[in-house]
Design a protein. Structure first.
Length: 28
């Protein structure tokens, strides 16, 4: 995934799922 798109998604989805997304991003 494009890092810029991921950041935009993170900014858009500011909720508990954000932490899960961070862990998923780091895992990859």
């Amino acid at each position: 995934i494009n890092t810029g798109e991921w950041i935009n998604h993170c900014s858009y989805a500011e909720f508990d799922g954000k932490d899960l997304s961070l862990k998923y991003f780091e895992k990859n």
